[in-house]
Design a protein around this ligand. Structure first.
Ligand code: PEP
Ligand code: MG
Length: 571
């Protein structure tokens, strides 16, 4: 029977596939013993499944590139190492040969034993690694269940329905041909969502009813743009799907014509569209789409899912590749923004904080670990010898923070020049404006930066006191609030007065529904994911900049969200 489930749109795209419902962690396998004459076969079956899992991990590792490879590679290596653990392997053999258990039950017993060991650890980081046990054992179990003829089938054509999805899993699922993902939890601003957009996997999050309403094998229609998920679609739904697919295809073809077109309004005002990037693919796409440069390179993706900090050489190579990939267009590297929801395993961020979003994150964390910060600054500076590069500092809340970073930046540049490296002369430093205090104190800080980038994802969260990752507050989290518009307008205006470039790099800049609003507020520099670049360019090309600017005061006078939405509709 047809069922409609709604969630929040997190990565656009239309998909039709069959449901694959993920079990919550843990294997639900009841005790099972086997006859003595089946023991050798059972052992062989288990070892085949282990080999297959090892093989899958190696293949996946080989196919990853850029920052995603850094982020996920360590995680995959750890899983491969677990599969080679002699104690784990000997345990399986003993359970099957001596105790007569089935391979599946031996997997469950070993999983439970290891999880109990991890649960008993004092160190919260090590305790959190129990997840890895579940992933590895789950992978072997999946291999065990599969008949040989199914081996290649994997997840191709499936819509994955699960409680939540980790950034590391997104890349793997995309690899295996999953056509869309629907999660019961999650937020469109999460890092999983950012990766799904980067990898073009339609994603709907916060679909609370999904796990209860969907059965394995149900036909599923997912619209990642509207957040609509239809289980067992009707004939009319299928017709609508085909029609939307055709429209979206035509739209893509129309948009593709804009790749080489200027981002200029109808009345001749040039607007710059920079790209947000996390991977080498994003950089290539940004270049191909005619981005003005990279406006935000999130370096934390290099640090996630690994226990050792990337050294200067490794970071330098990644940043240099980004600079080379943009072939002379400016690249903005953001210094490390770990902490809060960007959970860290390197030991830099605090393992637990009473209130992580208000805790030691971004520049605060960097300034507590000056050595790690200097390693990153040196890597960025070395890359500056290969093309234009700027440094953007996240979570600035006071002038003192930016001054301290600049001192270290200049000091590292001096050291590197002495060591004989080629470093650019004009080193630009910018502040992310995402803490309301920085926006309000900006008149007294603006002389200390060369440019500004407004991080609306965090600015909205901190200004409205609404957690960006809490889907229960989804209705309250919106940039369409008079306080947000006022701050955006004031920061843009102040930047223009002081001839400092102001970008918006939060998700608001990528939302075509907000493009005219941002133009009306005076924004000329957007930084957005490449996936939205052509759509936003099209809107800009259809807009009359002067007419929009004249509407700014009406927008700023609107008392609430409804009034702002009405005013936007009239723009
Ligand atoms: C922001 O806060 O708007 C931003 C761009 O940074 P992030 O989403 O990485 O916190
Ligand atoms: Mg931010």
């Amino acid at each position: 029977m047809r069922r409609l489930i709604t969630g929040q749109a997190a990565a656009k795209g239309l998909a039709l596939g069959r449901a694959r419902v993920c079990e919550a962690h843990g294997l639900d396998i009841s005790e099972e013993r086997i006859e003595e004459d089946r023991i050798d076969d059972e052992l062989a079956r288990l070892h085949l499944a282990i080999d297959r899992a090892r093989d899958e991990l190696a293949k996946l590792r080989d196919r990853l590139h850029g920052a995603i490879a850094q982020e996920i590679g360590e995680f995959l290596d750890l899983h491969a190492m677990l599969l080679d653990d002699p104690e784990l392997l000997a345990g399986f053999d003993r359970l099957i040969r001596d105790e007569g258990y089935s391979a599946a039950y031996a997997l469950k017993l070993q999983r439970d034993r290891l999880v109990a060991v991890f649960d008993g650890m004092d160190d919260p980081y090590l305790r959190s690694r129990r997840e890895d046990i579940d992933h590895v054992i789950g992978r072997v179990h999946a291999g065990l269940q599969r008949r040989d003829s199914d081996a290649m089938e994997g997840l191709a054509g499936d819509v994955l329905i699960c409680d939540s999805v980790a950034p590391s899993e997104i890349a793997q699922l995309a690899e295996r041909g999953v056509v869309a993902i629907v999660t019961a939890q999650g937020s469109p601003l999460s890092h999983s969502a950012i990766l799904a957009r980067s990898l073009h996997v339609p994603l709907v999050v916060g679909a609370h009813d999904a796990l209860g309403q969907v059965n394995d094998g149900d036909a599923m229609m997912v619209d990642g743009r509207s957040g609509e998920v239809i289980v067992e679609p009707s004939a009319a739904d299928l017709r609508r799907f085909r029609q939307r697919k055709r429209e979206s295809q035509r739209e893509q073809e129309r948009l593709a014509l804009l790749k080489k077109k200027a981002t200029r309004t109808k009345d001749g005002v040039d607007i710059r569209l920079f790209a947000n990037a996390e991977s080498r693919e994003d950089v290539a796409q940004a270049h191909d789409l005619g981005a003005a440069g990279i406006g935000l390179y999130r370096t934390e993706f290099l640090f996630l899912q690994r226990s050792e900090l990337p050294d200067e050489e490794e970071q330098f190579r990644v940043y240099r590749d980004v600079v080379l990939g943009m072939r002379g267009r400016p690249v903005t590297i953001r210094s490390l923004d770990l902490g809060a929801d960007k959970a860290d395993k390197t030991g830099l961020a605090l393992a637990s904080e009473p209130n992580p979003a208000l805790g030691l994150r971004g520049v605060r964390l960097s300034l507590r670990h000056v050595d790690a910060m200097r390693t990153q600054l040196r890597a960025v500076l070395r890359a500056s010898g290969y093309g234009p590069i700027r440094l953007l500092v996240p979570m600035i809340s006071s002038r003192d923070e930016i001054r301290r970073v600049r001192r270290e930046f200049l000091d590292c540049a001096r050291d590197l020049r002495t060591e004989g490296y080629e470093i650019a002369d004009n080193l630009e430093l910018g502040a992310m404006i995402e803490v309301p205090a920085a926006a309000l104190a900006l008149p007294r800080m603006i002389g200390d930066v060369e440019f500004l980038s407004i991080g609306t994802n965090d600015l909205v969260q901190y200004l409205l006191a609404v957690d960006r990752n809490n889907d229960a507050l989804g209705d309250l989290y919106s940039p369409l609030h008079p306080a947000v518009l006022r701050l955006l307008h004031d920061v843009i205006k102040l930047g223009q007065k002081h001839a400092k470039r102001v970008l918006v790099c939060g998700e608001m800049a990528a939302d075509p529904a907000q493009t005219r609003l941002l133009l009306a507020l005076g924004l000329t520099d957007f930084s957005l994911h490449p996936g939205s670049m052509l759509e936003v360019r099209q809107i800009i090309r259809e807009s009359d900049h002067h007419a929009l600017r004249r509407r700014a005061s009406t927008l700023l006078r609107a008392p609430d969200r409804e009034a702002i939405e009405r005013a936007i509709a009239r723009l």
